[in-house]
Design a binder for this molecule. Structure first.
Ligand SMILES: [Zn+2]
Length: 463
């Protein structure tokens, strides 16, 4: 399973868009698949308080491999709203497709996602949401009625204009009913049943005229909203979104594999798995799965931009100066309290003895240790095992010392269980890199990463 997960991460590295100068809150576009055949565009996170949709979209980028046809995914369209768990930080982004003022903070995002919608390759567009209650065609009570949105496939009209035949993707009603039926064959509870909701936008729905899907269909592109219910758990919403996505993909002739099962338990697992972050081209690697709420004396680069890369498009870093916050969606994973250094980038790997075996370990790796490790001496390199206090005290290098988990004070661990520790390397006053040792013996995580971003240096970064 671990190997499969690693393969998944490697795939996602290939899939990432040209992302050279993405800021920490820019949306990412992941273009996946062999390049020929039908292309699906999936948008998640157009509203920031709908995590089922953006989590499902994000899993497409990290846990799926597309062997026929293509899937383009923008999983985090309104990332500032995702971080704040608010519908729209600059107003509702899904009401800005008919008109947007050039000075609107969302202008650049809207223009660029419109380009993707109109790209000649794109055959069909899905906009993923979590809606309130449960949509029902006739009123049953306040939570189950025609005004609710949850558990539905949304169409603006029954067919695209000039739809050539019943089987065409432009026959929106037929396709939506097919997808709803597919989802309904895997319901966890009869209450969760999906229906097709036709907003009949053209007949005068002024709100829906401003949406992404209506923009798409008025430009001749089949487009659907898909809604899980906000009354379900995060994992359950993600489960239903994945079922709907797969039904659409199969109907389009897109073929794929994934490295988990679509069950509530497995979806819950993959939402929290393989979370990690690398800084400065992997000079520092952080495992985020059980990370402590705060990491102190974190060695950041003085007076410089902070390029980082995360294993999930839902992970980002915000901050400056005295504190940086690592987010997973709207959840704070950890806060980094930095100590600023000049960097020496010459050190590539370090000779270590792991459980008695000599190994050359690359900077920015996490190495699994069952019993003990030792860092061998390297000319001019000072070794600092964070949390180890040598009996002699002082600042000398901690190379050549055989260390077990018990030798290191657990309050200095990276993880809450007290099993992952930082080994830092310095050349004179300069920071030269970090390796993590993991006493749970977990194998080295791949130096990952899906989403590359840059946090620009504010003038107060140095001190
Ligand atoms: Zn929504």
């Amino acid at each position: 399973m671990r190997l499969v997960a690693m393969v998944g991460l490697l795939l996602c590295v290939v899939s990432v868009a040209s992302a050279k100068h993405l800021g920490p809150l820019d949306y990412t576009m992941h273009r996946m698949g062999p390049g020929h055949g039908p292309t699906l565009l999936v948008v998640g996170g157009i509203q920031g308080d709908e995590p089922g949709g953006f989590t499902a979209a994000s899993l497409l980028t990290t846990r799926y491999n597309f062997t026929k046809g293509n899937v383009w995914v923008a999983p985090n369209l309104s990332f500032p709203s995702i971080i704040l768990s608010t519908r729209g930080f600059h107003g509702d982004m899904n009401r800005k497709f008919a008109f947007i003022a050039p000075d609107d903070p969302d202008y650049k995002t809207i223009m660029s996602i419109k380009d993707a919608i109109l790209a000649p390759e794109v055959d069909l567009i899905l906009n993923l949401h979590d809606g309130s209650g449960y949509y029902r065609p006739t009123a049953i009570n306040s939570m189950l009625n025609p005004a609710r949105w949850g558990q539905s496939v949304i169409i603006d009209q029954e067919e695209l204009d000039n739809c050539p035949d019943h089987n065409h993707l432009g026959n929106l009603g037929n396709l939506a009913r097919h997808v709803a039926a597919q989802v309904n064959s895997k319901l966890l509870n009869a209450l969760h049943v999906y229906h097709v909701k036709n907003t009949e936008t053209r007949l005068g729905d002024r709100e829906m005229e401003k949406t992404l899907t209506y923009f798409a269909i008025t430009h001749g592109k089949p487009a659907f909203g898909v809604e899980a219910s906000k009354d379900l758990s995060h994992a359950q919403r993600t489960y239903y979104h994945l079922l709907a996505l797969e039904a659409f993909m199969r109907r389009m002739g897109i073929e794929f594999t994934r490295d988990f099962d679509i069950t509530p338990a497995d979806v819950e697992r993959v939402i929290h798995e393989n979370l990690n972050l690398a800084f400065y081209d992997n000079r520092i690697f952080l495992d985020l799965e059980n990370v402590r709420s705060q990491l102190n004396y974190f060695p950041l680069k003085k007076d410089a931009d902070m390029p980082f890369a995360a294993s999930s498009p839902r992970v980002t870093v915000l901050g400056a100066g005295e504190e940086y916050t690592v987010y997973h969606g709207n959840k704070v994973l950890t806060r980094l309290r930095p100590e600023y250094f000049d960097y020496d980038e010459s050190l590539q790997s370090v000779p270590m003895r792991i459980d008695g075996q000599r190994r050359q370990v690359g900077i920015g790796q996490m190495v699994g240790v069952r019993e003990s490790f030792l860092v061998e001496a390297l000319p001019e390199v000072r070794v600092n095992v964070i949390g180890y206090a040598p009996p002699s005290g002082g600042q000398e290098s901690e190379h050549g010392v055989l260390l077990t988990n018990a030798d290191i004070q657990s309050r200095f661990s990276v993880d809450v269980q007290g099993t992952i520790y930082r080994v830092e390397f310095y050349k004179g006053p300069k920071f030269a890199g970090m390796i993590l040792v993991n006493f749970r013996g977990r194998p080295a995580a791949p130096p990952v990463v899906c989403t590359a971003r840059v946090l620009s240096s504010p003038t107060n970064a140095g001190r």
